[in-house]
Ligand binder design. Structure first.
Ligand SMILES: Cc1ncc(COP(=O)(O)O)c(C=O)c1O
Length: 428
């Protein structure tokens, strides 16, 4: 690592990154000068030799046989793409229904959206042409007030997703290991693959609680760098009890506690714990709680000894002006946020009771804004998802082995529940 300063190097004339073919460096002592030109920003390198030396001819041959993917890092060439849900417009075209006629219960979005202050703030945005504050100062101050944790411990990101990747980029060397506890949010595994890390999976127990004994063994034997824990867990909605969390925090591993859905659990966030646990990071988001999934704002609480490096490594303008304005405006109306949360929690409980009555579904109790259901009695989970989609109701179905035979239903408005139940009755 480091910088090769071509302008000041006495023996190097021309360098190129290692792109799968040999790094080529032409010593200046060779007689074919000038053999290179470094333009403007020092990035472009152009061969200028009038009598082409054989080394350059060889390079030209190699270049002609190059394909673009030879520039890609080897571990990424093997990466399976993340499978996101379909955008609303694409879905709408595919189903032949207007977006407003689709009941979207597949991505745990908050159907109530943000408070009116957000629309007002976006409409009167004064400086969209100026780069945002790289330190998101206004937002972090508002979050400090909201969470009771000083803003020095808080860093905002382009969704919690960005922070998961940023943490991995700061912590993991290629070949390092992380612990993942499936079934859980699949971005941990995905980002680990992007960052060249190995994933050790310690499956959850049948009731979706953590297998702390096995986690302890794996940490002792495999020496992974960090573990991702989700509470409430996506997709089942179970929470991690304090005793289990404290046991894991005592182990020599960085614990990333993802609290994307904590508001729906009635349990207090562990953000303040980062002051006493040097190995704890807590992640949260505006996507669920404040209905801002489309604007991409997440945040994390970090020990001071860790946050310093995230500041150094993050993209300077990772939280857009619109995102910061929206998140601040949402926090200005805590009454709205509380009311929406309570409405969703109430609807979750109604939905759970209704799903229990469907003969081919076994729903799991949830502390979040979604309910996982086992699909039983000869009904196929994929067929169920597809049949509901044809009726304009989207739910989440899984292809991975841990969740084959399960579907997840996000909690919507009462009228969404009513349509879903109607469709399920038709399929019974
Ligand atoms: C557990 C979990 N963490 C993080 C995220 C991503 O949050 P954000 O929208 O802030 O990137 C999600 C999104 O579904 C999630 O389920």
């Amino acid at each position: 690592m480091g910088v090769i300063d071509i302008y000041n190097a006495s023996s190097l004339c021309l360098t190129k990154p290692n792109n799968g073919f040999q790094n080529f460096v032409v010593p200046q002592s060779q007689s074919h000068r000038p053999s290179c030109l470094i333009q403007g920003n020092g990035r472009r390198v152009v061969a200028m030799a009038s009598t082409v030396p054989s080394s350059i001819e060889h390079i030209n041959e190699v270049q002609q046989s190059l394909t673009g993917d030879s520039f890609i890092r080897p571990h990424l060439r093997k990466l399976s793409p993340y499978q996101p849900i379909l955008p609303f417009e694409v879905l709408s075209a595919r189903l032949g229904r207007k977006p407003e006629d689709i009941i979207k219960l597949d991505a745990n979005e908050n159907p109530y959206g943000p408070p009116p202050e957000v629309f007002e703030a976006l409409g009167s945005m004064k400086f969209p042409y100026v780069y945002p504050d790289p330190e998101s100062r206004r937002l972090r101050a508002a979050l400090a007030e909201d969470s009771g944790l000083e803003s020095d411990y808080i860093l905002a990101g382009c969704g919690a997703d960005e922070l998961i990747d940023l943490i991995m980029r700061c912590v993991l060397e290629p070949g390092d290991k992380i612990v993942d506890c499936p079934p859980t949010f699949t971005m941990y595994e995905f980002d680990a693959a992007v960052n060249g890390a190995l994933v050790i999976k310690v499956s959850r127990k049948a009731d979706f609680s953590l297998n702390v004994e096995q986690i302890t063994d794996v940490i002792e034997q495999e020496k992974p760098k960090c573990i991702f824990l989700t509470s409430p867990n996506n997709p089942d909605g179970s929470v991690i009890d304090d005793e289990d969390l404290l046991r894991i925090l005592k182990l020599p591993i960085l614990v990333v506690l993802d609290e994307a859905y904590i508001e729906f659990s009635g349990i207090e966030s562990k953000m303040k714990w980062v002051k006493k646990h040097e190995n704890l990071i807590v992640l949260r988001t505006f996507s669920k709680r404040a209905g801002l999934a489309g604007l991409r704002v997440g945040y994390g609480a970090f020990p001071l000894s860790i946050i310093e490096y995230l500041w150094r490594a993050k993209q300077p303008y990772n939280v857009s002006v619109a995102a910061e304005i929206s998140a601040c405006a949402a926090l200005q109306n805590p009454t709205y946020l509380e009311k929406v949360k309570n409405t969703l929690v109430q609807e979750r409980d109604r939905l759970y009771n209704l799903l229990k009555e469907v003969p081919f579904l076994n729903p799991y109790p949830s502390y979040s804004n979604f309910i996982l259901c086992e699909v039983a009695s000869g009904m196929d989970a994929k067929v169920l998802k597809e049949d509901l989609a044809k009726m304009g109701v989207m739910i989440r179905h899984y292809n991975n082995k841990e969740l084959r035979g399960y579907v997840r239903v996000s909690v919507g408005k009462p009228e969404h529940t009513d349509v879903l139940m109607d469709c399920l009755r038709r399929l019974s």
